[in-house]
Design a protein around this ligand. Structure first.
Ligand SMILES: O=C[C@H](O)COP(=O)(O)O
Length: 366
């Protein structure tokens, strides 16, 4: 399950974010850049306003001297922050700093933030896991200069989440995320998606939190596993969302001669999507970006022997989306016997109980 983190700067904003369903309340001063810390007294006030209803995280601007860094982290935790977030230094001694913070990580839940637009080295994730960190989060350093998906491809983001999962680190994604990004990033099943700008009036992170914007993002992130429910007023209506004839180069094939180079593969995908009731925004749609991202993530994972494997993985990934009722996937190799194509077509559907839930779901009104 993916949790929604909302960055707030005041007790009033924290209360509004809790009321609108954010899962983690993150104390941050957006006027101080990507990872600006709030004064500790303000963190304490936010913790008080939250009244234990949600975990609170706090940003710390890490002093370079390790003793001071440890003290700053301890102070934020003493102010009531369940998680302490800070930007991982980009200096050559970053790994040493991580190791020196290991004693603090044994007592406090530390989250290291890596800036996607500054070319982070994912090798550091091993060091964070060894030092006992709680998790790692990708964010963007330069706000206003692009979203997370501008800084990193979906394949690289999926690699980040996968490496965190393998190391038992909580994986967070943030960085000027907008509502259409949410279903795309959910495909990677991160533990946390973090937001500030998208929750604010006019999408500007230094503006005040907007209740309707918080609700929009909240509604885009499913809250737990779907279960059976009564069908809603649009039950039975199904749209067909498709990506047709998308040709991508990929490493594929079971023969030795098919290794070490790419061949053209054509993808045609049709998703049967439950129609839902609600406002006329991203909550109403199943984005074809979800299909294209799922294809790119599979391609980025390296050589795959069988078209059947690709088709199954693609269908499985798309059916994770709660609006998808069934999917037909066609995968064709174009370079085996040109101009003919060879390949496979499969149709996969969700289990009936889950399908009933999705048919009956509607989003909250604003
Ligand atoms: O931790 C999450 C950040 O506060 C994200 O801020 P942003 O959405 O404005 O980039």
């Amino acid at each position: 399950m993916t949790l929604m983190l909302a960055s707030v700067l005041s007790p009033a904003e924290a209360d509004a974010a809790v009321e609108r369903g954010a899962d983690i309340i993150d104390c941050k001063d957006p006027s101080r850049g990507a990872l600006g810390a709030l004064p500790l007294a303000e963190v304490s006030r936010i913790v008080e306003a939250v009244r234990g209803r949600r975990p609170v995280s706090a940003v710390v601007e890490l002093p370079h001297d390790v003793t001071h860094a440890r003290d700053a982290i301890e102070a934020a935790a003493d102010a009531g922050a369940a998680f302490v977030k800070f930007a991982l230094p980009l200096t050559p001694d970053a790994e040493e700093i991580i190791a020196e913070l290991a004693p603090v990580a044994a007592r406090r839940r530390l989250v290291a933030v890596l800036f996607a637009d500054l070319g982070p080295d994912f090798g550091v994730l091993d060091r964070l896991a060894e030092a006992g960190f709680e998790g790692a989060m990708l964010d963007t350093a330069h706000k206003g200069k692009g979203r997370l998906l501008d800084a990193m491809s979906v394949g690289v983001l999926a690699e980040f989440v996968g490496r965190c999962r393998a190391l038992k680190l909580t994986a967070g994604l943030a960085g000027s995320l907008e509502s259409p990004d949410v279903p795309r990033l959910l495909v990677m099943a991160p533990d946390v998606l973090g937001f500030r700008g998208a929750l604010c009036a006019e999408g500007e992170r230094r503006n005040a939190l907007s209740a309707s914007a918080v609700s929009l993002i909240r509604d885009l992130i499913p809250r737990g596993a779907p279960s059976a429910a009564e069908p809603g007023d649009h039950a039975g209506e199904v749209d067909h969302v498709f990506v047709r004839d998308l040709v991508m180069p990929m490493e594929i094939g079971a023969y030795g001669f098919e290794r070490g180079h790419t061949q053209r593969v054509r993808f045609s995908v049709e998703v049967e999507v439950f129609r839902t009731s609600g406002p006329d925004d991203m909550r109403m749609v199943f984005s074809y970006d979800v299909v294209m991202d799922a294809i790119k993530i599979i391609l980025a994972s390296g050589h795959i022997e069988l078209v059947e494997t690709i088709a199954e993985r693609l269908a499985e990934s798309i059916l994770l989306h709660e609006r998808a009722r069934a999917v037909t996937v066609e995968v064709e190799k174009l370079d085996v016997v040109p101009p003919a194509s060879v390949g496979v077509r499969i149709r996969r559907a969700r289990p009936a109980s889950v399908a009933a839930f999705a048919a009956g779901s509607s989003v909250s009104s604003l």
